[in-house]
Ligand binder design. Structure first.
Ligand code: ZN
Ligand code: ZN
Length: 366
């Protein structure tokens, strides 16, 4: 028996399908049969070599859902729920935070731990099946596993992918108050998630800026009251519209999920005095923005925060919300294409061209 996986040999090089020996778990490990793994903007950036320190060749695929094939010395998930072969699970893609360093122990921000490794991004191929674009995934000892509740279909989780957790984290970090007006810039998976969680957190009005039309329709489906097309409006028109919707004051909270430097300046300018702004969409370096610190930060009395990656608590929280409020989080509708391993190249190209909002790799399909 062998396992097929998609390998990204290096930046710009075509993906390859390779065969690997069937994995067997070491003590403390779990082997998953992959049900689905996401393709997100990060994978496109990986393919173009835009992330630092990636040890190509790699097996991409950071957020994944699988069924337990075999476990050794692992009896429960992180919430203490018993695990058995056949159970559908997901896991925190971040592994190996050290619990000893300054960031882990003093600053309480393990997302900045230098020992941190990420499935599908920072594990070299020689380390094994540590990415989701593979028929099987090896969960190393200590990987934080979460069993999917029966009421949460795999598609609902993977249709959001990492954006589901990032949007959750961004809304949490914004300190959004009930009844507040929120602007979400960007209508990809992170933006859609931010819209949905802003609604569940009790936003009074949700505005979203993005493109293309299909994504704006999804934003409305997820709870946006007003959507504005980036391409069909000028910046001045967007400003007039948003000021009109906020009694001339601007929004209470803005969440950047666009990944465009210019969005930061525009978003800050659309914030009311004393509002809060979260930058969540810049996972890669897309360049600089210029802004006037006097008018946009100091005089405005703005709370400006960044959100880097996600922690286990964001997964636990988001999964609980999917369980309790699944109808308000229909991420399965975001899936625009399912791709067998043979078509991962096409999946990357479709995501890059915005032909699909969320592409999903289903390794059993090819
Ligand atoms: Zn650490
Ligand atoms: Zn992702």
């Amino acid at each position: 028996m062998s396992v097929r996986a998609a390998v990204m040999p290096g930046p710009g090089m075509p993906l390859e399908i390779r065969e690997f020996p069937d994995p067997t778990p070491e003590e403390g490990e779990v082997i998953l049969d992959t049900l689905a793994s996401e393709v997100c903007g990060t994978d496109v950036h990986l393919w173009h070599g835009r992330l630092d320190g990636v040890p190509y060749p790699i097996i991409p695929g950071h957020v994944s859902v699988g069924r337990i094939r075999e476990l050794r010395g692992v009896e429960a998930d992180v919430l203490g729920r018993p695990l058995a072969p056949g159970d559908p699970v997901t896991f925190l893609d971040v592994h190996g935070t050290c619990h000893r360093c300054f960031h882990c122990q003093v600053a309480s921000q393990p997302n900045r731990c230098p020992s941190r490794r990420v499935y599908g991004i920072t594990f070299p191929l020689d380390d094994g099946l540590l990415g989701g674009w593979s028929q099987a995934i090896r969960l190393l000892a200590g990987v934080q596993i979460l069993k999917l509740p029966e009421s949460v279909p795999a598609d609902r989780l993977i249709g959001g992918g990492c954006g589901l957790f990032t949007g959750f984290a961004a809304v949490e970090r914004s300190d959004l108050r009930m009844g507040a007006t929120v602007l979400v810039q960007g209508t990809g998976p992170v933006g859609l998630s931010a819209v949905a969680f802003a609604r569940l957190r009790g936003a009074g009005q949700i505005l979203a800026i993005g493109d293309p039309d299909a994504r704006l329709a999804l934003a409305r489906r997820f709870g946006a009251d007003v959507t504005l097309s980036l391409a069909a409006t000028t910046r001045e028109e967007r400003r007039e519209r948003i000021l009109a919707l906020t009694d001339g004051r601007g929004v209470d909270v803005a969440i950047e999920a666009a990944g465009q430097p210019s969005a930061v300046e525009e978003g800050l300018a659309l914030l009311r005095d004393g509002g809060s702004y979260v930058v969540a969409g810049h996972y890669t370096d897309t360049g600089s923005a210029t802004l006037n610190p006097h008018t946009l930060l100091n005089r405005k009395h703005v709370a400006l925060r960044g959100q880097w990656g996600t922690d286990l608590r964001h997964l636990v929280g988001a999964l609980r919300m999917l369980e309790r409020h699944g109808d308000a989080l229909p991420f399965e509708e975001v899936i625009g294409g399912r791709y067998g391993l043979d078509r991962v190249q096409e999946a990357l190209e479709d995501v890059e061209a915005l032909r699909v909002t969320k592409a999903v790799v289903v390794p059993e399909d090819g």
